[in-house]
Structures are given as C-alpha cells and as structure tokens.
Design a protein around this ligand. Structure first.
Ligand SMILES: Nc1ncnc2c1ncn2[C@@H]1O[C@H](COP(=O)(O)OP(=O)(O)OP(=O)(O)O)[C@@H](O)[C@H]1O
Length: 301
C-alpha cells in the first residue's frame, strides 16, 4: 500500500517558486531526498508533515488526505518528524523530556509512557544518558534524542530533515546504522545534500531541484549515467577550463593532474570514459545535463 502520495504539489513564497509540480508515490523503505541548498527539500518535507500548506496539489499519508483536519490528525498518528533545527527543553533531563512528549502524544498511562521512553532511549543508544541534562549532550547525542522523540509513537513514516548536518564521521556512521535498524516496514524519508549518506543507506533517491529531477533506484541511475558516457577521467597539466560544477574530483599525480569530470572532456586532453562511478557523478549529471551538453555543442574547452 502507498504510504505517501503527492499529486501535483507546488509551493511558492510570494512569487518565487520553491517546489513545483511534485508527484510521488512511496511505499516502505529508506528513501533519500537529495538536492543542493535551496532546492526545496525543507519546504517539501514541511508540506508532507502538515506544517506548511501547499499552494496546489494533494498529499495523503497512509490514505489520509492531510488537507482535512481529521485526515491530518490521523496522518500525524502515523508520522514521526525530526525537523532541520530541533528544539529541546535544555534544562530538562533526557528522560523527563521524552516522557513529557510521550504523555503529550497520549501514548497511554504513565507506566506505558515510561516504558516507551526507555525503549526509545535504548533504540538510539542514550540509556546511559537518561538522567543527564539535555544541555550537556553533544551534537550527535542531540540528534539521536531528536530521533528518539520522533520514534515515540512507533511511526509508519519517519521524516528527517538534514539529520546528519554537523555530525562527526563516527556519529554519521552511527546514524546510518540506526536508520538501517529502524527501517523495517516503515517509510523513512530523509533529506540531505551529502551524497554519501544516501549512497550508504538508501536503495532509492529523489533528486530535487524545485522539481523532481530523478526518482528511482540509485544503482539504476549510476548504470544510466555510465551508459550515457557522461563521466570521464582526464589527465592534464594545465587547469581544466570548464564549469567547476562539472569537476567531481582532482588528484595530483607524479607529472599531471587526474580529474574526474561530468560531460564531454575538453579538446586536447587525454581522457577515458569512467566505468566505475558513484552517486556523486550521477547527481552532477542529473543536475547539470544542459551544461554538459551545451559545452559539447561548443566543442568543449
Ligand atoms: N519562509 C520563506 N520565505 C521566503 N522564501 C523561502 C522561505 N523558506 C524557503 N524559502 C526559499 O525557498 C527555496 C527553497 O528553500 P528550502 O529551505 O525549502 O530548500 P532546502 O533544499 O531545504 O535548502 P537547504 O538545504 O539550504 O536547507 C529557497 O530559495 C529559499 O530561499
């Protein structure tokens, strides 16, 4: 069954469009929402959670149309949300904060709320911090606490807005592990502009830049990008005179630079088509195909 369905969803701030004509139909699984800064990720997630009303289109969660009060209420019972900048009562202890939210969400009597609080603390690895004041937690622990509060109602759909922003590598790995652990039979939709987080965690990706530029399997997108001959490895001594968005990486070698680029290589540069690529290259290709083709039609430079 479809857990999340969007039909022709658009949102503009005054006259500036943020998100245009989005159609989506998602079932359970971990789906990454990838887009550069300002692509509309937060606006889209806020519309899905009902905090922002779309200008046009419909959104339904587990069959509930969230445009109606009753539908939104029913949808929110199935929804967990970690906003981009979660807020906490920093003078409270970790446990009292979670317990308070469990009671606000009407998750049963005090014993039931306490039990769920302990389960969620254990899930995110914060049991030992249950009596610590929130203001003493590290950034990674705060992020895990935000996930714990979103998991209190055992949601069928979990939405996370830039959950790995500012995390150190160890906490980022921990986040990926946690997502894998809680993924079963839910839809987890998380936004990021960090390609590796999606590559390591998701099967499917939505690439957003105001509209949906790609939605589907990551490996299929990578295969498509390779088949299009879109990625090249270039050896060069002079700097490459191409748009910087096309350059994925540059490594100094003994007597030259080895650069990986998206789109056709400049003339007079020794280049071979790349056959093993990652989502980074595919992402650049999806976002900038016009640029690469335009430079090709000018003969490259
Ligand atoms: N409240 C607002 N008023 C006016 N413009 C806004 C508002 N919120 C967002 N925007 C604009 O809408 C566009 C999409 O913003 P949004 O925050 O949804 O993108 P994003 O992909 O989440 O960006 P980031 O990764 O930087 O958080 C941007 O151009 C942004 O400047």
């Amino acid at each position: 069954m479809s857990l999340l369905r969007l039909t022709n969803v658009s949102k503009a701030y005054r006259k500036t469009p943020a998100v245009s004509n989005i159609d989506l139909d998602l079932m359970s699984g971990v789906v990454g929402l990838l887009g550069p800064n300002g692509a509309g990720k937060t606006s889209l997630l806020q519309m899905i959670t009902g905090f922002l009303r779309p200008d046009t289109g419909n959104i339904s969660i587990a069959g509930h149309d969230i445009a109606t009060d009753r539908g939104l209420l029913a949808a929110r019972r199935q929804l967990g949300y970690v906003p981009q900048h979660p807020q906490f009562f920093v003078q409270w202890t970790v446990k009292s904060f979670l317990l308070h939210l469990a009671q606000l969400r009407d998750l049963g009597n005090k014993a039931a709320c306490l039990a769920r609080t302990e389960e969620c603390l254990s899930l995110v690895g914060l049991t030992e911090k249950r009596n610590a004041k929130i203001r003493t937690l590290s950034g990674g622990m705060l992020q895990r606490l935000a996930i714990a509060q979103a998991m209190l109602n055992d949601p069928t759909m979990l939405i996370l807005d830039e959950p790995t922003a500012g995390l150190d590598p160890e906490e980022r790995l921990r986040f990926r592990h946690l997502i894998t652990q809680i993924a079963a039979e839910r839809l987890i939709l998380f936004s990021t502009h960090i390609v590796e987080d999606i590559e390591q965690t998701c099967n499917d990706v939505i690439i957003l830049q105001q509209t949906t530029r790609y939605h589907g399997n990551i490996q299929a997108l990578i295969a498509e990008t390779i088949a299009a001959g879109a990625v090249w490895d270039c050896q060069h001594t002079a700097p490459l005179a191409i748009d910087h968005r096309r350059i994925i990486s540059s490594m100094p070698q003994a007597e030259a630079m080895l650069s990986r680029i998206v789109g056709p290589p400049p003339a007079h540069v020794q280049a071979t088509p790349a056959t093993s690529i990652g989502l980074n290259e595919a992402f650049a290709w999806v976002l900038n195909p016009e640029l690469a083709l335009q430079e090709r039609s000018h003969g490259g430079n």
